[in-house]
Design a protein around this ligand. Structure first.
Ligand SMILES: [Zn+2]
Length: 64
């Protein structure tokens, strides 16, 4: 199951989306993006938790 994160859930107004096979990979990609796009400084544990909390499973689109 693919994991997906809307960056806007962590940094409101951003429409960047991260996909990855695991939470860890999504977090790494998001932090990479955040460094470039949001100019964050050192990554705090609180930020890491906010990212982790915003990750959801990407459900295949199907009826029901
Ligand atoms: Zn972003």
């Amino acid at each position: 199951m693919t994991k997906v994160l809307d960056c806007g859930s962590v940094f409101p107004g951003c429409d960047y989306q991260v996909h990855g096979p695991t939470d860890a990979e999504v977090i790494v990609k998001e932090l990479d993006h955040a460094h470039d796009a949001h100019e964050i400084g050192p990554v705090s544990e609180a930020l890491r938790e906010r990212i982790r909390a915003a990750i959801r499973e990407e459900k295949p689109a199907r009826a029901g």
